[in-house]
Design a protein around this ligand. Structure first.
Ligand code: SF4
Length: 729
């Protein structure tokens, strides 16, 4: 006899991984979840292999299904939620009683939903009263965010819909490899070439994307800024600058022109290795195209001068009159799934929800009123992700850390030192659904729901707010991150005299509503847990908190997202339009004009020398994602990309006597990486490449440089000085 087939249960949602947020349909039949591609404007029915296989983790044997506590024997052992919460609450109280509120820190992630990012910031600042919160997006696109803010007065990765690429005649990609990182987006690239457009890629490696291009500029790592200034120099000397646009829509061009005048192409060629002819061809292709787009990604951004490097390309785009013109412009290809929304709702050290600055008195007053606290009670700015991690366990740094949706043991630069810092903590709490390298050294591990088990919203690389829809309930002893935050809040703030937290009638009550010092009743606290864990309730509060800010979600409702293919922010009114395309009339600066900033090339924080004669750069491979916690556990992805490797040029391999697949040791001033050699002519002879998806001895971030950009505090992942040798000579 056969079991009758159940009616399939379906959910139209989006991929759990990157910022393209491809549309997908989840279908559950007889307990098995299948992923089907769904037509959506970004992926147009396509998925990459990561998306196709995403459901494999839902019932994975390594999935965490109960809290874990580290016992006296040093091992993690199953525990109840009550035991886990008791340990966390006692640890937080002890730490803060002895060392003050900032001794407890929170570390978030760019994959958390908007609701979680918002709730995490509120939890840190209201329940913990700590200023020590930041997130892993600082390691992702913070340099482009800062450059966008200073040039345009607002930071939205793509200020236009992705479909605008379909109208571009020239596309310049700088440090971006979407053919591997966002394969469905690569269709735009092939279509551009099919209609006679030009694709130009700037990358030290001949990546899968560069191999699609008409022209590949292969600069020395860390010299992109000089390349951009040289392109502007050529545009100036050839008379290609859009003088009317510069005069009417921008300010500050003269200082930029003076710097660009000094970057004659031969000078840039000497520094970067990019031939003058290629620089000239690139400038011509951009300047003479009817529509041209410049996009940057991590290759340009993950530098100690990442903000200035992105700014140099923004300057070029402005000089050519591109931003705000339909089919043209500048944009950043955001990486993490909610890299855009994750930086808008308050999990950044320097920001409050709505992308408001935390040191802006009016922003503090607005958000404090919604959170039911006095503005003076809100902590001030904290420190950036790397600085927070590097302070852990030190005499003046945090002694307790709560991590949500991040794996800094693998993803932080100078990772061996950060791992030691994490091990030195009095209490490390990690919420995750798999035992990541960071969870494996935690004192408390909280098993959390996966993307197909909870509702919420994400904001993709276009600034389009999307609905993530649950297919099924989480396993019995697994909780959502929102539920964890609501539970911990209720445990920590019950009895707090200055505000009534999360009443059953809605989110936080204003301060004056609790001015009588009334304590929440038990029923209210029960209601609080329900409300605080409900993504709809959190989103409703997020909308109020963001209202009037640069990233205004006040008019975004779940119903509205459902009725269309998402809603683009800013969207201040439920009855008004959203904003797919920014800057058509004015920029978000006080004057309405975009701002040029003069930026000058400076060397990488670490240059090659006799002891460390090669450059190392890092990046991704198609079948893995971020620190690999998820994708390394998916069978097809593991088979496609089973282990770390070090790419080196055949000339270098011959000089060193290295054979393909031979074990190499790559050493920098900070540590070493061991991985097999992959010999390929696609890399420069003076540069090595290694992907960042693995921990252990194959962890490339043991080697990378923790030099920080002075503005974005982005570490210099993309270039450091190393030496390489065979492990067994
Ligand atoms: Fe799409 Fe990115 Fe998911 Fe691949 S990983 S299916 S490109 S959202």
């Amino acid at each position: 006899a056969t079991t009758p087939e159940r009616t399939p249960h379906e959910a139209a949602t989006h991929c759990p991984y990157c910022a393209l947020q491809c549309g997908m349909l989840l279908r559950e039949r007889d307990g098995q979840v299948e992923v089907l591609p769904r037509d959506f404007p970004t992926n147009r029915g396509g998925l990459c292999q990561k998306g196709w296989t995403a459901a494999e983790l839902l019932d994975h044997p390594e999935r965490l299904t109960t809290p874990l506590l580290r016992g006296p024997d040093g091992r993690l052992a199953p525990a109840t939620w009550a035991e886990a919460y008791a340990r966390i609450v006692a640890g937080i109280r002890d730490t803060q009683a002895t060392h003050g509120p900032d001794a407890v820190a929170v570390f978030g992630g760019g994959g958390l939903t908007n609701e979680k990012a918002y709730a995490l910031g509120r939890f840190a600042r209201v329940a913990l009263r700590t200023r020590m919160i930041d997130y892993n997006g600082r390691f992702c696109m913070s340099s482009a965010a800062a450059a966008g803010m200073r040039a345009f007065g607002i930071d939205r990765g793509l200020p236009f819909p992705l479909a605008d690429l379909g109208h571009a005649d020239t596309l310049l990609l700088v440090g971006a490899n979407p053919a591997e990182t966002m394969p469905p987006l690569a269709r735009y690239l092939t279509e551009l070439r099919e209609r006679g457009g030009q694709l130009i890629v700037v990358d030290p490696r001949a990546t899968a994307t560069a191999r699609l291009a008409d022209l590949h500029l292969q600069p020395l790592p860390g010299t992109d800024l000089a390349v951009a200034n040289a392109l502007l120099h050529i545009a100036l000397t050839e008379g290609w600058v859009d003088r009317e646009y510069v005069a009417t829509r921008t300010e500050g061009f003269d200082a930029v022109r003076r710097i660009a005048a000094g970057w004659w192409p031969a000078r840039a060629e000497r520094l970067s290795g990019v031939p003058v002819a290629d620089l000239e061809a690139t400038a011509r292709a951009l300047a003479t195209a009817r529509n041209a787009v410049i996009l940057t990604a991590r290759g340009a951004e993950q530098h100690a001068k990442g903000v200035d490097t992105v700014t140099a390309f923004v300057n070029l785009a402005l000089a050519l009159g591109l931003p705000g013109r339909p089919g043209s412009g500048y944009g950043c290809l955001t990486g993490q799934g909610n890299g855009q929304g994750g930086r808008e709702h308050g999990q950044k050290a320097d920001q409050l929800p709505g992308y408001r600055k935390i040191d802006d008195p009016s922003a503090r007053a607005h958000v404090a009123a919604i959170w039911g606290v006095h503005p003076d009670e809100l902590p001030g700015p904290g420190v950036s992700a790397y600085e927070l991690l590097d302070a852990l366990g030190t005499p003046t740094g945090p002694r307790t850390l709560l991590v949500f949706g991040s794996n800094p043991v693998v993803s932080a630069p100078r990772a061996a030192r950060i791992e030691r810092r994490l091990r030195d903590l009095d209490l490390l709490v990690v919420a995750d659904f798999l035992l990541s390298e960071t969870a494996a050294i935690a004192d408390v591990v909280l098993p959390t729901a996966q993307w197909a088990e909870e509702d919420g919203t994400m904001t993709n690389l276009e600034g389009r707010v999307l609905r993530r829809r649950a297919l099924r309930e989480p396993p019995p002893d697994v909780r959502t991150d929102l539920r964890v935050l609501a539970d911990l809040t209720a445990a920590l703030v019950a009895g707090a005299p200055s505000y009534r937290f999360l009443s059953s009638k809605g989110p936080l009550q204003p301060l004056d509503a609790a001015a009588d010092g009334a304590q929440p009743t038990g029923a209210e606290q029960d209601g609080a847990r329900q409300d605080g864990a409900d993504p709809r309730v959190v989103f409703a509060e997020l909308r109020r908190a963001s209202a009037g800010g640069p990233a205004d979600y006040a008019g975004v409702t779940w119903e509205r997202i459902d009725a269309a293919d998402g809603v683009f922010w800013p969207c201040p009114d439920t009855d008004g339009p959203d904003t797919p395309r920014l800057f058509t009339e004015r920029f978000a600066t006080p004057s309405g004009r975009a701002r040029f900033h003069p930026v000058e090339h400076r060397p990488a924080a670490e240059e090659v020398c006799a002891e460390y004669p090669l450059y190392l750069t890092t990046g991704r491979v198609l079948a893995q994602y971020q620190s690999g916690t998820q994708t390394r556990r998916v069978g097809a992805l593991r088979r496609a990309a089973p282990e770390p490797f070090v790419e080196l040029h055949p000339d270098l391999a011959a000089r060193l006597g290295v054979g393909d697949g031979e074990e190499l040791r790559v050493t920098s001033r900070r540590g070493e990486l061991r991985a097999p050699a992959r010999i390929t002519a696609t890399i420069r002879p003076d540069t090595l490449f290694a992907p960042f998806h693995w921990g252990g001895t194959g962890r490339v971030n043991s080697v990378t440089n923790d030099a920080l950009d002075p503005v974005s505090r982005m570490p210099e992942f993309k270039v450091c000085a190393v030496r390489v040798e065979r492990v067994t000579p």
